[in-house]
Design a protein around this ligand. Structure first.
Ligand SMILES: C[S@@+](CC[C@H](N)C(=O)[O-])C[C@H]1O[C@@H](n2cnc3c(N)ncnc32)[C@H](O)[C@@H]1O
Length: 443
């Protein structure tokens, strides 16, 4: 492995970066804190050099992605369980196993740093356990690992596995879970789709059906050509679908509800719409404003609760990208599998109901509404649309035709709504799991 590979590098201060991993892991696993927010708030993370930050991210993502397998290996190697008070020892073993089995870290580095993490702490008496278990894992290595089918199942929390099996069938649930073990590629939407061939060449990317550009993940986005002047923005291929399904919006007044950080706002502006972008978070809207500035595009920005916001004029179209559990984005956010649960889905479903009713109220008669969530949970997708129609929200469905989604005809269901799964286009790196429905305001 090369010296610059964060997987094998012994960081400038290998214990400092691993201690940080332990703290962040504790916040994610025991306090349900989102990984990215936790890292962003951590002064010690900001103080690391770029290579160590890369190592920290990679180790955290690997432990979270592979947590079920890692814990199964530990259960097989520990003669008896560790006491509840030894959580830090458990996490130390987890990062040790992840390095040994999934990151090709040299055994001496993974074992030695793990033992030193525990040494001198109140858990010092477990040094021998850490040393013994990790040496065994280093010795027996691959024979301790689950096979691929079991790995996908083991790494998926039971409630998600059951939900996906019930909604999509056993084979699809297996394929989705398998895709979650792979890092997501980097997708770009272009301000000017006519320049796709030229930008694909400059970015070393492929052009996917529908026009998204895709290249392997890695490196700093800010360093790529075209970033500084907003020629493109990072947007998963599935996330680019909802705005397109509004059709020709040139010159139309479009409200983008729950808009930040603005991937869909940028798309709508690039399509020629006059956009009002509404989000409840001023901090996230500030990011949207930065993205607009870079792309030299303009929208009206409103900080408001979209469920209560009352504009003066009716909109021609509304895009509602509702807050959701985001279980469709586990490839990029493996922490979500560990921080979200069924109670979050139920809570968010109530929010989605309010937002859907409010979105309908913003439209002129005949105006189109696209409802989207990056969730794999049916409770946040088709069930919300059905609930709105059942509750008498003045909307009717406008079925999406398979030929509106190049390369994704299978994503269109019999009712004309769209369900993408992370396992779609698996050979090219998959996509986010989205649900999208198109509706029209009744007169
Ligand atoms: C899925 S993200 C939106 C992503 C965005 N549409 C894009 O394409 O970049 C959901 C957004 O909903 C916002 N949000 C949550 N509840 C809201 C509410 N009641 N009113 C308005 N915005 C809300 C969050 O701040 C968050 O920015």
């Amino acid at each position: 492995m090369s010296r610059s590979d964060p997987a094998t590098d012994v960081a400038a201060d290998p214990l400092a970066s691993r201690r940080l991993v332990l703290q962040v892991l504790d916040a994610v696993l025991r306090r349900a804190q989102p990984l990215e927010d936790t890292l962003a708030r951590h002064a010690a993370f900001a103080a690391l050099d770029a290579r160590d930050r890369g190592f920290v991210r990679l180790l955290l993502a690997t432990v979270l992605r592979r947590l079920g397998e890692v814990d199964a290996v530990l259960a097989a190697c520990l003669e008896k369980g560790l006491p509840e008070t030894a959580r830090m020892v458990v996490d130390t073993l987890r990062i040790g196993v992840a390095q040994l089995l999934f990151l090709d870290t040299p055994a001496h580095a993974a074992v030695d740093t793990s033992v030193r993490l525990v040494a001198g702490t109140p858990q010092d008496r477990f040094k021998g356990v850490v040393n013994g278990v990790l040496r065994r894992v280093a010795r027996e290595g691959a024979s301790l690992r689950a096979d691929a089918a079991d790995a996908a199942r083991l790494n998926t929390p039971a409630w998600l596995w059951q939900s996906w099996t019930a909604a999509y069938g056993a084979a699809a649930a297996q394929a989705v879970a398998a895709q979650h073990l792979c890092e997501a590629p980097l997708d770009f939407s272009l301000r000017d789709p006519a320049t796709a061939a030229s930008w694909a060449a400059q970015l070393g990317a492929d052009i996917l059906p529908g026009g998204t550009l895709r290249r392997a993940a890695g490196g700093r986005i800010e360093d790529l050509p075209g970033y500084a002047d907003g020629t493109w923005w990072v947007q998963d291929a599935a996330a680019a679908l909802p705005a397109r399904l509004l059709g020709d919006v040139a010159g139309r007044a479009v409200v983008d509800l729950c808009a930040a950080p603005g991937g869909k706002t940028l798309q709508l502006l690039a399509m020629g719409a006059q956009v009002t972008a509404v989000d409840i978070s001023a901090r996230r809207l500030a990011r949207l404003a930065d993205n607009l500035r870079r792309a030299q595009l303009t929208a009206e920005l409103v900080t408001a609760d979209a469920a209560r916001w009352q504009p003066t004029a009716a909109a021609d179209a509304v895009l509602l990208d509702a807050p959701c559990s985001a279980t469709g984005t586990l490839r990029r956010h493996p922490d979500i599998a560990r921080t979200k649960g069924p109670a979050d889905v139920a809570r968010l479903a109530a929010v989605q109901d309010r937002l859907l009713a409010a979105a309908a109220g913003l439209l002129r008669p005949g105006g189109l509404l696209v409802y989207a969530v990056c969730s794999l949970q049916p409770e946040e997708g088709p069930q919300r649309v059905a609930a709105a129609l059942h509750a008498g929200v003045p909307l009717e469905t406008v079925p999406i035709a398979p030929d509106e989604l190049p390369g994704l005809a299978d994503a269109v269901g019999p009712a004309g709504d769209v369900r993408t799964l992370p396992s779609f286009w698996a050979a090219q790196g998959g996509m986010d799991g989205f649900y999208v429905a198109r509706l029209r305001r009744r007169g």
